[in-house]
Design a protein. Structure first.
Length: 214
């Protein structure tokens, strides 16, 4: 597995039935079974062709009934599970999956490739309480991972924008990401063609971002 997938795997909890939505190769589902963190895994993908990769990796588990493979748009055709992973997709796609589901598991791990702020709001709106929400760095890229369980929650504007764990704990990777954003904005603000109004907005944004760097 890649470093990104390993970091996601480390945040998953033991459960009875684990579902990997949009599973790609099915590496995490395979490790959940081999590490005995669940009794059964479900791998799903909207593409039957893409699902074949996971079916090949989990061929023994499929034969022994420890795994089920389904072609599904999100949770539409996915059997009941108590923990699910939705990773490596755009935020809008994840939002569609969550909003379209008739029934959602007790716990979810979500790793959007973009629009994490919109995903956070959606997670709370569909009935989850965010347990952990942080940035991690892998293969020269920053990723957001959100862990949530069924329950009531509300988010401040800052929590929506930056993530609750990032605000409270200020992890190193989050600070690294903020520093890079500040540097890009500072370079952009020095451009000759930028208006005084736009420059003022950028400087205010830089000032706000600096509050999150120790």
């Amino acid at each position: 597995m890649t470093d990104r997938l390993n970091k996601i795997f480390q945040e998953l909890s033991p459960c009875k039935v684990f579902a990997d939505i949009g599973c790609d190769h099915g590496y995490i589902a395979k490790k959940m079974i081999t590490e005995k963190l669940c009794k059964k895994v479900i791998v799903s993908d909207i593409s039957e062709k893409c699902l074949e990769k996971a079916k090949s990796l989990l061929s023994r588990e499929l034969i022994s009934k420890k795994a089920v493979a389904v072609v599904s748009d999100g949770f539409t055709s996915v059997p009941k599970c108590d923990q699910a992973l939705i990773a490596g997709m755009g935020g809008e796609e994840i939002i569609h999956i969550l909003n379209s589901a008739k029934k959602l598991p007790k716990r979810i791990a979500v790793q959007p490739m973009k629009n994490a702020d919109k995903v956070r709001s959606c997670i709370v709106n569909v009935g989850y309480k965010i347990e952990k929400d942080f940035v991690f760095y892998s293969a020269k890229q920053f990723y957001t991972l959100i862990i949530a369980k069924k329950g009531k929650d509300s988010l401040t504007e800052e929590e929506i924008l930056f993530g609750r764990t990032n605000i409270i704990d200020r992890p190193i990777d989050f600070q690294k990401m903020i520093k890079e954003k500040i540097e890009k904005l500072e370079n952009f603000s020095c451009g000759e063609k930028i208006s005084s109004e736009s420059k003022s907005e950028i400087l205010n944004k830089i000032k706000r971002l600096k509050d999150y760097v120790k």
